[in-house]
Design a protein around this ligand. Structure first.
Ligand SMILES: Cc1ncc(COP(=O)(O)O)c(C=O)c1O
Length: 377
């Protein structure tokens, strides 16, 4: 069986180090806000060349806290892509704002030529979602944000380590939001997230919001008091055990990204003769292949034949946001979202994770080719 994803191979390979980190952290006497979270934040600052990093409870929280810290509130509008993960939208809704959806291009990323159509006086921010491991067109998004004075919150949940030109995703907007959900490029063995920013005022505000609104750093500040909320915050902590696992895994992440790119190249080379539509890598971006997403009009058939041959695939995501019961009422018009709708009906993802062997990747390719010939797909 070639599983779509499993952490077990990774764990088997690094069991000793991971168990050692868990044991060491448990014995440290600190469950939260100890050495490991500080180290994680310092590691991110150094690795991704950002001024500040704030680790939080999840990728969803990273988006929600970013929105709150930028003052996005009830009635404001926030632009994002129609094919994003549900949490991008739930974060916007959690601050009472209204998501404005924009269609996607052939690269599955927000079509920047469509953004201006949804801007009005209520528009306050854009959340470009660097989906599947590839950066959105940030020059275009920056230009629009300057012209209309919009904040930019980068959703980097699927794109840790990817770049737009020579800059890391997450360091271009006002904030960059990362997820450590286990399947991600850098996954915890539980939940976690992180925010990058270069703005010192935002940094302080984000730190307060993640911890009930309490000032924890600036001892000279008038507000510095224990058990005293100087603004409304939430609880969004990542624990020391998860942070220690992430610190260990971060030392491997570049190596894992190289392996992801190698696997993607095997797929690209060996599937180029089929009628699958393969992922497009934009010239300006460094793709980290969180997911290898292909398109075929008879996707469901293809996926079920692959399952019979013991190859797991998955549709990420099968429904655009405006088609879901929870959000239908918010979106009156979807006439600009044709691409998101049509692509969601034919996309599916092939297994891709660093521990896959070349032989397994080739088996996926050959099985697809054989199925296509046999069933004339
Ligand atoms: C694009 C995108 N944004 C946000 C999130 C939310 O991250 P988390 O699951 O850590 O809350 C995810 C994770 O599934 C995601 O893929």
């Amino acid at each position: 069986m070639i599983e779509f994803w499993s952490y077990k191979r990774e764990l088997r390979k690094h069991k000793k180090e991971i168990h050692l980190n868990i044991k060491k952290t448990l014995n440290s006497g600190q469950i939260f806000f100890g050495k490991e979270i500080n180290k994680l934040e310092r590691n991110f600052i150094k690795k991704y060349k950002s001024k500040y990093a704030i680790a939080v409870g999840s990728g969803t929280d990273a988006l929600l806290i970013s929105l709150k810290s930028l003052g996005i509130k009830q009635g404001d509008e926030v632009i994002t892509a129609a094919n994003t993960a549900i949490p991008t939208i739930s974060a916007i809704r959690s601050v009472g704002a209204i998501p404005k959806l924009v269609d996607i291009g052939d690269d599955y990323l927000i079509d920047t030529s469509q953004i201006k159509k949804v801007i009005n006086k209520k528009t306050k921010a854009i959340i470009p979602v660097h989906l599947y491991g590839q950066s959105c067109n940030m020059d275009e998004i920056n230009k629009i944000s300057k012209e209309y004075k919009l904040k930019i919150i980068e959703d980097c949940a699927q794109s840790q380590g990817s770049k737009y030109k020579n800059k890391f995703c997450g360091t271009i907007g006002d904030t960059g939001c990362f997820s450590f959900y286990p399947t991600k490029i850098l996954g915890a063995y539980g939940d976690g997230g992180l925010i990058l920013t270069n703005n010192p005022t935002l940094y302080k505000k984000i730190r307060r919001i993640r911890f009930y609104g309490i000032e924890t750093t600036d001892k000279k500040n008038f507000f510095y008091k224990q058990y005293y909320a100087c603004e409304e915050g939430i609880n969004s902590r990542i624990d020391e055990i998860q942070s220690s696992i992430l610190n260990f895994k971060l030392s491997k992440v570049d190596q894992w990204i190289s392996r992801r790119r190698q696997i993607a190249n095997i797929y690209l080379k060996n599937l180029s003769s089929t009628n699958l539509i393969l992922p497009r890598q934009n010239k300006y971006s460094f793709h980290v292949y969180h997911l290898f997403t292909v398109y075929h009009p008879k996707r469901n058939k293809l996926m079920s034949y692959l399952k019979k041959k013991l190859i797991e695939t998955r549709v990420i995501y099968p429904y655009p946001i405006h088609k879901m019961t929870a959000y239908k009422k918010i979106f009156f018009s979807n006439k600009y979202l044709k691409n998101s709708e049509s692509k969601s009906k034919g996309i599916f993802c092939l297994p891709l994770y660093p521990e896959m062997t070349d032989a397994e990747v080739l088996r996926v390719c050959n099985t697809i080719k054989n199925i296509m010939i046999k069933f004339r797909l």
